[in-house]
Ligand binder design. Structure first.
Ligand SMILES: NC(=O)c1ccc[n+]([C@@H]2O[C@H](COP(=O)([O-])OP(=O)(O)OC[C@H]3O[C@@H](n4cnc5c(N)ncnc54)[C@H](OP(=O)(O)O)[C@@H]3O)[C@@H](O)[C@H]2O)c1
Length: 353
């Protein structure tokens, strides 16, 4: 009989960590969820889910908090921070603590991203492949991967990585992502009685882009973490399709019942930056759930140089997902259906009117 699998989700209250914990729960795993704030799992509470509250930048506190988790077999590292050294410290502290207490520790999965290929710096080789050489001026992901691969040498445990494109979903603790921000943008445009303009340039409207549903990503991470042949490798994971906003935009306009309009002179950040009072009044008017709207303008811009942004770039933003499919994870999702399905969910959960 297989040994029971016990997952530990580092960053369990995040946009990638919360669905990971949910998907592990649905698959019957025992789960430890690590974060400072307790996550709210959809469909929960789950009896086999245990929240461990700790600040992972504090090595001694991490040791103490994780000492009771000796049965962990699989780590899913989904913590996030804007500072590269903080991110690295969280991974190091977690591995120190788990290697010390968990004899059946089998794999650590790193939640990486398309930034691995320098996607936010400007045009990059597309579709990006896992085997592409690292790019000059590279990214925080390299030092994290190097830390883990260095520690893995000569050990029984393996590492895996998943590299999603833009992640879409909803986590109560960290709800700011492309799907929620687009839903809020559409709702505001409707409230203002304006046409559904695309808040970026013509080139951005026309370029290829990919996104991934956070739940599909979670199942991909679980698959590669538990498939021995995937050990010590990283995998691009996405919905499996690619699209241009130019052809996606009409479907979104229809969803919000709005007249379609093309590229606009304003960016998504510029549009959102003076709308907080309006969103607060809409929250009261429609009885909406609280949302950290103040974070949305800067989130929309991210680390990209305008006119590029998290909404999209003037260059193709795509990665190749053949490796994960050949490894046996073949799930795919139509991105238009994903957006519309998520917007329905956001309405049902009173995130948008
Ligand atoms: N979101 C995307 O579109 C996207 C796309 C591609 C790749 N990625 C990558 O995916 C990974 C995860 O990102 P995410 O977007 O899921 O992050 P997120 O939503 O910002 O969540 C971050 C998580 O880390 C936890 N955390 C942060 N600092 C902590 C600390 N000091 N101690 C304990 N927990 C801490 C947070 O919990 P508390 O605040 O409650 O402690 C939260 O659970 C990152 O490597 C990111 O680069 C994200």
């Amino acid at each position: 009989m297989d040994k029971p699998k016990v997952g530990m989700v580092i960053g369990a209250s995040g946009v990638t960590g919360t669905p990971l914990a949910e998907q592990l729960a649905h698959a019957g795993w025992k789960i430890y969820g690590v974060s400072r704030r307790a996550p709210q799992l959809r469909g929960g509470p789950f009896a086999q889910f245990h929240h461990v509250a700790v600040d992972l930048t504090d090595g001694a506190a991490t040791h103490r908090a994780l000492a009771a988790c000796a049965d962990v077999t699989h780590l899913f590292h989904c913590a996030n921070d804007a500072q590269a050294d903080t991110r690295l410290k969280m991974i190091g502290n977690t591995l120190d603590a788990i290697e010390a207490v968990a004899p059946n520790f089998a794999n650590i999965n790193l939640l990486q991203g398309t930034k691995y290929y320098g996607s936010y710096l400007g045009p990059f080789k597309t579709p990006a492949k896992e085997t592409d050489p690292r790019i000059p001026g590279g990214d925080f992901y390299y030092s994290e991967e190097d830390l883990v691969t260095g520690r893995q040498q000569g050990k029984r445990w393996t590492w895996t990585g998943v590299r999603p494109q833009a992640v879409c979903g909803y986590a109560a603790g960290n709800p700011v992502n492309l799907a929620t921000v687009l839903a809020i943008y559409g709702s505001i445009v409707r409230e203002l009685g304006q046409p559904f303009g695309f808040p970026s340039t013509e080139a951005c409207f026309n370029a290829l882009i990919q996104v991934v549903d956070a739940e599909l990503l979670a199942r991909g991470a679980i698959y590669v973490s538990t498939t021995p042949e995937c050990g010590n490798r990283a995998f691009n994971v996405g919905n499996g399709d690619m699209f241009r906003w130019k052809y996606m935009w009409p479907a979104l306009a229809r969803y919000f019942g709005l007249e379609l309009a093309g590229p606009q002179a304003y960016s998504l950040r510029e549009f959102l930056s003076d709308k907080q009072p309006l969103w607060e009044s809409m929250t009261r008017k429609y009885g909406l759930k609280a949302f950290p709207f103040e974070r949305t303008p800067e989130w929309a811009q991210g680390a990209f140089s305008p006119p590029n942004s998290r909404l999209g770039c003037e260059y193709d933003f795509i990665s190749d997902t053949i490796r994960v499919r050949q490894a046996g994870f073949a799930e795919c999702l139509d991105s238009e259906q994903m957006f519309l399905g998520m917007f329905d969910r956001f309405r049902a959960e009173k995130l948008i009117p």
